[in-house]
Design a protein around this ligand. Structure first.
Ligand SMILES: [Zn+2]
Length: 374
């Protein structure tokens, strides 16, 4: 549970890529199984905004530097030789997901050439297994495979892949006990359960795995504090909780969750500075805005945190000169935290942003396109 696992350490970002997805072809789309949401959003997960009644909330769109952040994301894509690009080399597919989703939420996808992106994504596929690597010539892994599927979904180009080949790769990673390995090396983690379920759901191929066993395995990772770990007995962590709750939501299995107990653990993640941490006694970090908020929304307890304070925390992490968002105020920005900052604000219905689905981590309109117009 150590290496490269971003939300387990303070080291440079990386690895987690929680990317997000959609319901299966044989069960009702997620949002149909939930109560209806606020007026402008089709997602039943979103809560009613309270900005109108909050005079202390900063000046709307003016406070989120949309133009700067879009410029920053596009500039990272163009730089190939600086430190951040080097660090991102092995996870470029994840980076593409983070960057493009952020642009889409901010209504800035017009600056992207979809054909170029699709061609590059296809070049990252391992033709033999059907899985995707983090970059051209890299070994396939379920994490990158989900990123590839998510970006293609975002661009409405899922027709560019052989869906059966890709879904066979993902389904082939399920173990006898219902858990999932990340790749051929066999490491097991509830992150991979989420990623596989999300990916197969987006491809309308959940029927290729044993969903009941997959759910049973995730439930076996539930702790006495209401949270979830990476394996049975593993410590509760906000990132892991997102994965487990997301997977349970997609499979219609949230009845396994003690919402009050888990909601209490999650809302206690908010610290005095308004930001959220991932575990007790840890520092606040913008990326937990996503893991914690999305989980709270899915279990209908998001009103237990102070959204205005969290919004201000995120906005204070912006680099207003060069664009981008950092993990905490005055630190260096990166694409990972820029995505989670903007996505967190979207979950809180920040004015002017597209709503994002908390289980699939894709814009709600993309999720709707996949599940209602297939
Ligand atoms: Zn972080």
């Amino acid at each position: 549970m150590s290496r490269g696992f971003h939300f387990y350490g303070s080291s440079p970002p990386l690895l987690f890529l929680l990317l997000f997805g959609v319901p299966s072809s044989d069960s009702p789309p997620l949002h149909l199984r939930l109560r209806s949401g606020p007026s402008h959003s089709p997602s039943g997960f979103l809560f009613t905004p309270d900005y109108e009644s909050s005079p202390s909330f900063p000046d709307r769109m003016g406070d989120l530097a949309v133009e700067k952040h879009a410029e920053y994301i596009l500039s990272v894509e163009k730089r190939k030789d600086d430190f951040e690009s080097l660090v991102m080399e092995h996870l470029r597919l994840n980076g593409a997901y983070w960057g493009l989703t952020t642009l889409d939420i901010m209504h800035k996808m017009g600056s992207v050439n979809p054909d170029e992106v699709v061609a590059w994504i296809l070049s990252c596929q391992d033709k033999e297994s059907g899985g995707f690597g983090g970059n051209v010539g890299h070994d396939p892994h379920v994490l990158y495979t989900l990123s590839a599927v998510q970006v293609l979904a975002l661009l409405d180009r899922l027709d560019a892949i052989d869906v059966n080949k890709v879904s066979d790769y993902v389904a082939g990673l399920q173990n006898e006990d219902g858990s999932f390995a990340g790749d051929i090396w066999g490491e097991v983690d509830t992150r991979f359960s989420y990623v596989a379920i999300c990916c197969l759901s987006l491809l309308h191929r959940l029927n290729k795995i044993n969903v009941e066993k997959a759910v049973d395995y995730i439930v076996s990772c539930k702790n006495l504090d209401g949270g979830f770990g990476s394996i049975p007995g593993g410590e509760s962590h906000a990132g892991q909780i997102f994965c487990c709750i997301g997977a349970l939501a997609i499979t219609g299995s949230l009845h396994h969750v003690d919402r009050d107990l888990l909601g209490w653990w999650l809302c206690e993640r908010q610290c005095k500075d308004g930001g959220l941490n991932g575990r007790p006694e840890k520092l606040t970090d913008v990326c937990y805005s996503w893991w914690v908020l999305s989980s709270l929304i899915m279990i209908d307890r998001v009103h237990w945190i102070d959204k205005n304070k969290l919004s201000k925390f995120i906005l204070n992490c912006q680099d207003l000169e060069k664009g981008g968002i950092s993990d905490r105020p005055d630190n260096a920005v990166d694409v990972f935290h820029t995505y989670f900052g903007v996505a967190g604000l979207s979950l809180m219905e920040y004015p002017g942003l597209k709503p994002i689905d908390p289980a699939y981590a894709l814009p709600v309109d993309v999720v709707n396109r996949i599940f209602f117009q297939k």
